[in-house]
Design a protein around this ligand. Sequence first.
Ligand SMILES: [Fe+2]
Length: 364
Amino acid sequence: MRKVPVNCLEPGMRLARAVLGTGGEVYLNAGVTLTQKYIRKLEAIGFYSVYVEDRLLDGVTVQDVISEKTRRDAIIEVRKALTEVSRPGMKAINVAQEITVTADSIVSELLRNPYATVNLVDIRAEGAYLFHHSVNVCVLSVLTGINYGLQKEQLVNLGVGALLHDAGKVRVPPEILNKPGSLTDEEFDQIKLHCAYGRDILKDHPAASVIAYAHHERYNGEGYPLGLKGRDINYLAQMVGMADVYDALTSDRCYRKAHAPHDALELISGSGNWWFDTKLVYNFLCCVAAYPTGTLVQLSSGEIGVVVDTPQGYSFFPNVRVLLNAQGQKVLPYLLSTVKENLWVNRVLDDVEVQTIRNMLETS
Ligand SMILES: [Fe+2]
């Protein structure tokens, strides 16, 4: 399967993954054949891209690190929790307790599959950004925590904090939160307050409260709200901060296109002891694939192929199904491990090149 921008979809393409609506409900199921009507509706709801089936990846299954049901349930619970905390007088302890069950089920599922590599970029509509983002930040943080060697109880605390890290945003005026253009200094000051709001909302859950308060602190002291430095920043909050940056960069927003995962990962990998503790950066990098399955790449050997998977711990070194040799000629596809062959990815092919190769393979 491959991720295709909604404006490039054509009737007849089949969805490879379910499309979840703003509240976590299944909007379109995997296997559905797209029609013009569906494509127009996806555009109208605010989706930027979806996953469709791809003949270049026949025989390859792309697994999310958690099941679709767990992800869907988590989105529903986060939405419920954030709606509850936005009501004045709501007792925050209830929210953190309710969300513990959700965090526990995500942690339990990831612990059953500890060598999972995140191979998918989450698909979401603009209006549902915060709920989907919170669940994704939770998954990425917990995987980092597992790599770091945290025990189950700490992982669940980390999960609760990650799911609710932006809970304070419910108290920031929506016209500032959703402003498409650049923010004035005063508006940015208002946004920064979401950390303190989150700390207060979650005050009865100490771990989640610290995470909500410190997830924008940066190792070099340039973060907020306190400008803490180095090891003074809670390490769980740093894990959530890293996941927050990565997920935000790789998401399409109304004001900019998503960054490719390898660009976002390069940024994170260069941030050791600058934005985040180097050891935590290493633990994060271990569990995310720089070139998700389905990405068309040119290797240092000149061969061109499609990424099939990525071994854990080697984020930038995928296994590739080679389709064209270094001279650009079609070959009988073969599998190549960039780790074993001492190769690397030279570049990711752009949409025009992908379409040209696709046409070439289908007509020859
Ligand atoms: Fe935040």
